[in-house]
Design a protein around this ligand. Structure first.
Ligand code: FES
Length: 184
């Protein structure tokens, strides 16, 4: 069977005019074969909406005059395409050689356990049931000399341990509490 390892969510995303303008700009970059724009458009969608839904597949297929199955093949093949939203805090742990040797797989397992990231979001990402946390493997983050490396949002952490994770979680809890006080 061709398709992601779990069904796509139906999706309720509504691409706006600016999104569509950019999509058309991407398509224009592939004058010989519109089909070549499929992967860039899937990335464009994921960047905007966080993951690829059934709605995404249908919208892009129509735009490129392709069958949805052609898009599904790409979603299945490329691990960087998500079929579920990431958590509010998403840990991206490097699994390439230096980091693997320095214990990144153990770190990954400990993050999963600590954050209760038990639900598979496809392509090796795990999300906590409340959607607060997720963890996924990524390839080399160019910090091989300070392995294991991981990223949270745009911040990179080198020689990461479970203590690093605890600090990140504590900081995010503190900032949520401050937001609550300011709003209250
Ligand atoms: S191997 Fe992990 S940062 Fe390069």
């Amino acid at each position: 069977m061709v398709g992601p390892e779990q069904p796509l969510l139906p999706g309720t995303e509504a691409p706006g005019a600016e999104f569509e303008r950019k999509a058309d700009e991407i398509i224009r970059q592939y004058p010989v074969s519109r089909r070549s724009a499929a992967l860039p458009l899937l990335h464009h969608w994921q960047q905007e909406f966080g993951f690829v839904s059934q709605r995404a597949v249908e919208w892009i297929a129509e735009k490129l005059a392709l069958k949805p199955i052609h898009l599904l093949e790409l979603v299945t093949f490329y691990p960087m395409l998500r079929v579920r939203p990431a958590g509010k805090i998403n840990f991206r742990v490097c699994r390439t050689l230096s980091c693997a040797l320095a214990g990144s797989h153990d770190l990954f397992a400990r993050i999963r356990e600590r954050c209760g990231a038990t639900s598979s979001a496809g392509h090796g990402m795990y999300v906590s049931p409340d959607g607060a946390y997720s963890v996924e493997f990524v390839e080399c983050l160019a910090a091989c000399g300070s392995a294991p490396a991981m990223m949270v949002e745009e911040e990179e952490f080198e020689r990461a341990t479970i203590d690093t994770v605890e600090r990140i979680l504590a900081k995010s809890q503190a900032s949520r509490a401050t937001d609550g006080v300011q709003k209250g």
